[in-house]
Write a protein that binds this ligand. Structure first.
Ligand code: PLP
Length: 384
């Protein structure tokens, strides 16, 4: 089966005898041990049929054997980091989601060394991946600066020093980027975003092919309990079926708006891997089937006014849903990151991040253009 068919057909076990065309939602949290042959389900913190249906689909989308669904992207990320012993060494992208910065801080407090570097720079990768490294944490495209790391090159360098490679694939989704096929070991998704796609359910997932790592992560999840309930799994799986259709429209909308942003006198640098002057545009074109629908840009006026001025873009964190969103990373998604760390990574106070939904592109461009023109930008000169 090809990708778009898998979205609809994988993980669709129907055994009720009613002829359901989608699987029923299994709400039981405990399972009669003598009513199953063979006994597969015991207690829903460990295993649950509706979660397994979602996991079967997620694994199939990346052509591997295993997926583990979690209650949030953060719970999935925390599971991987929890396997590290004090003294372990992690090399990670410098520009990552604010919550990932928080998880790295927790790691540092328990004696795990986390070094954040610019993994979009091949020379930095070569010098950082030497000696003993246990885990390489790649976010690509990065949140919010849209930097692109070469997954194949980073994975090859990491494997030479015996490190496991995790790619946070949240910004691209499996529809646009396949990290495991490129050589990574684990694909992490906040399924809250593109995979579920409607901003109405939290979820996370780890997708991988290594049976030993899968066993350790599954055992950890069962003990800690960061599992999604059956209804949440159903919502994520329902959203997933339209992933390709939604993403195609979202990318088209982003492209249309990027053109308007580049032409606007109110806008400085525009960060979008589909732009020819993006530093890794060639790599993005090879590694991703499209440049995605996340865009950030430097706004030369008052960011708060701009966010208040848009009518179709909700001023909200998160991303990947059917409704377009606008946010200021410095004061919203990355506000928990210490200012000096944030500025060192390049996340300035005037950076605006857009997540494109599936609305009509003309409406989005008109709304954004009107809001930019209306917003006050008095004290900033527009020298372009
Ligand atoms: N990874 C990235 C790139 C994110 O943007 C987010 C959330 O915004 C997460 C992980 C965490 O996901 P969740 O909010 O589902 O815990």
């Amino acid at each position: 089966m090809r990708f778009d068919t898998k979205l609809v057909h994988e993980g669709q076990r129907t055994s009720s005898g009613h002829g359901d065309v989608i699987p029923p939602i299994h709400v039981a949290v405990t399972f009669d041990q003598f009513a199953q042959d063979p006994a597969r389900h015991y207690y829903a913190r460990g295993e649950s049929p509706t979660r397994e249906d979602l996991e079967a689909c997620l694994a199939a989308l990346e052509d591997v054997r295993f997926a583990l669904a979690f209650s949030s992207g953060q719970a999935a990320a925390a599971a991987v980091l929890s396997l590290l012993e004090p003294g372990a060494r992690v090399v990670a992208s410098d520009d990552v989601y604010g919550g990932t910065h928080g998880l790295f801080e927790l790691c540092r407090r328990r004696g795990v060394h986390v070094r954040q570097v610019d993994l979009s720079d091949a020379e930095v990768v070569a010098s950082a991946l030497t000696g003993s490294v246990d885990l390489v944490w790649v976010e690509t495209p990065t949140n919010p600066l849209m930097k692109i790391a070469d997954i194949a090159a980073v994975s090859a360098a990491a494997h030479r020093v015996g490190a496991t490679v995790l790619v946070d694939n949240t910004f691209a989704s499996p529809a646009l980027q396949q990290p495991l096929a490129a050589g990574a070991d684990v694909s992490l998704h906040s399924t809250t975003k593109f995979i579920a796609g409607h901003s109405d359910v939290l979820g996370g997932a780890l997708v991988l092919d290594d049976p030993d790592l899968h066993r350790r992560l599954a055992a950890h999840r069962t003990v800690v309990g960061g599992v999604p309930g059956a209804f949440d799994c159903y919502l994520v799986h329902r959203g997933l079926k339209t992933l390709s259709l939604r993403v195609a429209r979202q990318v088209a909308n982003a492209r249309a708006a990027v053109e308007a942003l580049v032409a606007s006198p109110f806008v400085g640098a525009v960060h979008y891997p589909g732009l020819p002057d993006h530093p890794q545009s060639g790599l993005a074109a090879r590694q991703m089937s499209a440049p995605g629908s996340m865009v950030s840009f430097e706004y030369l006026g008052d960011v708060a006014e701009l966010m208040r001025g848009t009518t179709l873009f909700a001023a909200a964190v998160s991303l990947g849903g059917v409704r377009s969103l606008i946010e200021c990373p410095a004061s919203m998604s990355h506000r928990s990151v210490p200012r000096d760390v944030r500025l060192r990574a390049g996340v300035t106070d005037d950076l605006v991040r857009l997540s494109f939904g599936i609305e009509d592109p003309l409406d989005l461009v008109e709304d954004l253009t009107a809001a930019m023109a209306a917003a006050s930008w008095a004290e900033r000169s527009v020298a372009r």
